[in-house]
Design a protein around this ligand. Structure first.
Ligand SMILES: Nc1nc2c(ncn2[C@@H]2O[C@H](COP(=O)(O)OP(=O)(O)OP(=O)(O)O)[C@@H](O)[C@H]2O)c(=O)[nH]1
Ligand SMILES: [Mg+2]
Length: 208
């Protein structure tokens, strides 16, 4: 029988990125690391986990859940199962779990799900992160699409939907408004560095 090779042997620190399709996960990781990940206009670009490895650090870009163009409903369920299973089986190793959302579309999407009496997948994944007691960061991407004057209100409502009592500024240790498009991800970098420091891994600062 062929021996199963553990492709992630030696990994001591994992940063996981998860979120709905098309929210900009790959774009953020691209800006964060300078690695040329595939980014797409159509949802469903990343169909299996992408990994970036620096010494014992692993950065994982999970496939997006929810709508994917050209992908059947059943396939979407399979992707969702894959994601849940990935989180379950690697929870011990995941030091930072980043949920990425599209700040400009989140509230409408959540409303649509709630109108159907369903729990939005983002909210479900966020709950799953909590259940596994992961160190969570919420990256609210695409803030370039939100008017400056409504940004605070929008972020308050987003936090509320995810069980974080507004005002959002109470959650600056968790919430990072970013725009991968404008390469403005400093708030996210700051939170990642803060986590690295708390977990005594300042040696990994050089990668961010
Ligand atoms: N306006 C705006 N567009 C963005 C931003 N970040 C990403 N995008 C665009 O959003 C689309 C999706 O980006 P991806 O990085 O491929 O998204 P993803 O979450 O990796 O998508 P999947 O791999 O399908 O799950 C692309 O057209 C990006 O150019 C942002 O901050 N602002
Ligand atoms: Mg992607």
């Amino acid at each position: 029988m062929a021996k199963k090779v553990n492709e992630h042997e030696g990994v001591n620190f994992e940063i996981l990125f998860s979120g709905r399709s098309n929210v900009g996960k790959s774009s953020i990781i691209r800006v964060l690391t300078g690695k040329n990940l595939k980014v797409g206009k159509r949802p469903g670009v990343t169909l299996k986990p992408n990994h970036i490895r620096y010494s014992d650090l692993l950065i994982t870009d999970l496939p997006g859940f929810g709508f994917m163009s050209g992908v059947k409903d059943r396939k979407q369920d399979i992707v969702k199962d894959q994601i849940v299973r990935y989180i379950e089986s690697n929870a011990e190793r995941i030091n930072i779990a980043v949920l990425v959302i599209d700040g400009a579309a989140f509230l409408d999407i959540v409303q649509r799900w709630e109108d159907r009496n369903e729990i939005p997948i983002d909210v479900e994944i966020f709950e799953l992160f909590r259940e596994f007691d992961l160190d969570i960061v919420l990256a609210v991407n695409k803030v370039d699409k939100i008017k400056d004057s409504s940004l605070d209100k929008n972020l308050d409502m987003i936090c509320d939907k995810l069980g974080m009592l507004p005002p959002w500024k109470q959650w600056l240790d968790t919430v990072a408004p970013v725009s991968a498009k404008k390469k403005d991800i400093n708030s996210l970098k700051k939170l990642i560095r803060q986590r690295l420091h708390e977990q005594k891994r300042d040696d990994l600062f050089k990668y961010f």
